[in-house]
Write a protein that binds this ligand. Structure first.
Ligand code: FES
Length: 158
């Protein structure tokens, strides 16, 4: 079945469109709506957004491939982002990432076999004062230790 936003999200899109002088301005918020619904941005969704906003599909594709927060392939139920920029790196981000990889049995960029967790790396998530940190879906977990990471991952795997 062809992709389409749910009626509720379509109404939300209508409100979003009212905030911008041109339809192109709504590209990123519309992509967020689509990803919220589908989990990732497929080529079909790129065409849907382009058609709905009457902008070139190449523009939409450019946005999707530029911002790492848009998933270009299916992802797990939860996404774990490990910040690896300098402040986090100086406070052990590498060890946190390796700990996650070992615990989950996957590398960064991969999804666990049960489809529950996708492990990603991120550039600065603006929480440098509480490094090292990770983002799980929309929540931050800060001042991490391997023990704390174990608790967080166990909760996601339950
Ligand atoms: S460097 Fe990790 S939050 Fe800024």
């Amino acid at each position: 079945m062809a992709f389409a936003l749910t009626p509720e999200r379509d109404r939300e899109l209508g409100e979003i469109l009212g905030r911008y002088p041109t339809k192109m301005g709504a590209c990123i918020p519309m992509l967020h709506l689509c990803q919220e619904q589908n989990g990732w941005i497929s080529d079909e969704i790129i065409l849907y957004v382009a058609e709905k906003l009457t902008i070139p599909a190449a523009h939409v594709k450019g946005v999707v491939t530029f911002y790492t927060l848009f998933n270009q392939k299916p992802v797990g139920k939860h996404q774990v982002w490990v910040c690896r920029t300098l402040p986090c790196a100086l406070r052990g981000a590498d060890a946190i990432l390796h700990h996650c990889e070992k615990k989950l049995g996957i590398h960064a960029g991969e999804t666990t076999a049960d489809g529950k967790i996708t492990l990603r790396t991120a550039e600065c998530l603006a929480s440098c004062g509480t490094a090292p940190m990770i983002q799980v879906d929309k929540d931050y977990h800060e001042n991490l230790t391997p023990e704390r990471v174990d608790q967080i991952l166990a909760k996601l795997q339950a």
